[in-house]
Design a protein around this ligand. Structure first.
Ligand SMILES: Nc1ncnc2c1ncn2[C@@H]1O[C@H](COP(=O)(O)OP(=O)(O)OP(=O)(O)O)[C@@H](O)[C@H]1O
Length: 238
């Protein structure tokens, strides 16, 4: 591997294994893959395949049982610990399963949360948030409460919150859950366009295989904790 490869590798996963307890089947079983800067990769697989477990380990929320992952220069391994996960979090955007918007805050307040914790100056926060809400067609909804939004709009707000700080890596767990096909397609296209402009690497877990087949990007498929497919899906397979 030359220096260029090293610079361009955002996530490098080596033999990652997670066993939740004695007598359990591994939720992740010797999983290895690399993601490069600017790549958009789908993580698919049936219920219980290990997608959320993998994403949680990559986010530093769970420790692997064995193996490790290097993410943006940080090592995640069974020893775990806090070891500067703050830097990793500052450089990563996360969309959790379910949108997890704060229901007692407006759209604008939800979106700026990520910059507030990053100590940006107030005028910069406002400028960035309004520009992003404008791009997403949500500027006129900035004072709305989450309950006044559609499911697709809520997910757009969760996406805006995850990328406002222009992360190098976006990890998204089922961002299209509970959306109809057209809304899901629009959301994915929006995520793809905006992250491509920022050269953000994206790992996005979904059940929506139909949508994945349409997009023609790299797909990693997990089954029972193992990678059974990792390649670019041809559009013609759709
Ligand atoms: N906290 C836990 N304790 C014990 N087992 C767990 C725990 N979390 C997940 N598992 C098990 O690990 C396996 C993988 O679960 P995981 O949630 O990672 O799958 P998934 O692919 O994200 O599924 P889904 O698509 O339904 O969200 C499952 O067999 C699940 O029962």
């Amino acid at each position: 591997m030359n220096n260029m490869d090293l610079q361009d590798t955002v996530i490098s996963v080596h033999g990652l294994t997670k066993v939740y307890g004695k007598g359990y089947e591994p939720a992740l079983d010797n999983v290895s893959f690399d993601l490069h800067r600017g790549e958009f990769v789908y993580l698919i697989g049936p219920t219980g395949a290990g997608k959320t477990t993998l994403l949680h380990i990559l986010m530093g929320l769970r420790k692997p049982t064995s193996g490790y992952a290097d993410i943006l220069g940080h090592r995640i391994d069974p020893a775990g610990g806090e070891r500067d996960l703050r830097d990793l979090r500052l450089r990563t955007g996360i969309i959790f399963q379910g949108s997890y918007l704060l229901n007692d805050r407006t759209v604008y307040e939800n979106v700026i949360m990520s910059l507030e914790v990053r100590d940006y100056p107030v005028p910069e926060v406002k400028r960035r948030a309004e520009a992003l809400l404008y791009k997403l067609g949500l500027l006129d909804k900035k004072s709305f409460m989450p309950e006044e939004l559609s499911g697709g709009q809520k997910q757009l707000v969760a996406f805006a919150r995850a990328i406002l700080h222009e992360p190098e890596l976006l990890i998204a767990d089922e961002p299209t859950a509970n959306l109809d096909m057209n809304t899901a397609r629009d959301l994915i296209k929006t995520i793809q366009n905006l992250t491509a402009n920022m050269n953000t690497t994206v790992l996005l877990a979904t059940h929506n295989v139909e949508l994945v087949a349409e997009m023609g990007t790299r797909v990693i498929r997990l089954e029972r904790g193992r990678i059974v497919f990792d390649a670019k899906k041809l559009k013609s397979l759709a």
